[in-house]
Design a protein around this ligand. Structure first.
Ligand SMILES: CC(C)(COP(=O)(O)OP(=O)(O)OC[C@H]1O[C@@H](n2cnc3c(N)ncnc32)[C@H](O)[C@@H]1OP(=O)(O)O)[C@@H](O)C(=O)NCCC(=O)NCCS
Length: 158
């Protein structure tokens, strides 16, 4: 049989933030800076260690980190809200984008949280908006700063 050389993407592992935050805190800050430098539509102020470590309801359990060979390549930071959860951050290392990491992180959160999940996104961030639409988010409004509010589930607006 003829063999072809197929290059496989590196396999990533998923962890709860609570299990890796102490060990990977510096690497998460460094990853955040790299993502921010590579993206035109991410937050202009990259998160520092205190932002990752800051305690919010359910944050350490709901938040997820993807690693390859023990190094973080993506993360989703979320906390509990009375009716579900809010996503504060989703990012994938520019060298690992397009491999399904953010899709997997979002799918896991959606499977875990029965209520409504909300997030805010820059209206120009087409890759992120396409991804959110594909996993079930809908635009529900605009923030005072002009960003888009998105949510899963049925949201009633008056
Ligand atoms: C948005 C982001 C988190 C997606 O992460 P990812 O791990 O690459 O996402 P996935 O591999 O699951 O891909 C999801 C979809 O987006 C597409 N995509 C991912 N990165 C892309 C890019 N840079 N340009 C165009 N499309 C991209 C993928 O092709 C895929 O689409 P498909 O399933 O129709 O083929 C990532 O691009 C990122 O970190 N961007 C910078 C930070 C950011 O903007 N975060 C969101 C703030 S609201």
């Amino acid at each position: 049989m003829k063999r072809t050389n197929v290059v496989q993407p590196p396999v990533h592992e998923l962890h709860c933030l609570v299990d890796v935050v102490d060990e990977l805190l510096d690497s998460l800050v460094e990853l955040e800076q790299r993502v921010q430098q590579a993206s035109d539509h991410y937050d202009t102020r990259p998160w520092q260690a205190e932002n990752f470590a800051r305690d919010l309801p359910g944050k350490r359990e709901l938040s997820l980190v993807a690693t390859v060979s023990g190094k973080p390549v993506g993360f989703l930071i979320a906390s509990r809200r009375p009716d579900g959860a809010h996503i504060h951050r989703v990012a994938t290392d520019p060298r690992h984008q397009g491999l399904g990491i953010a899709t997997r992180l979002l799918a896991l959160l959606l499977a875990r949280v029965p209520g409504i999940i909300t997030l805010i996104c820059d209206a120009c961030n087409q890759p992120a908006l396409a991804l959110y639409a594909r996993v079930g988010f809908r635009v529900t409004g605009t923030t005072p700063e002009g960003k888009l509010s998105l949510a899963t589930g049925t949201v009633f607006r008056r």
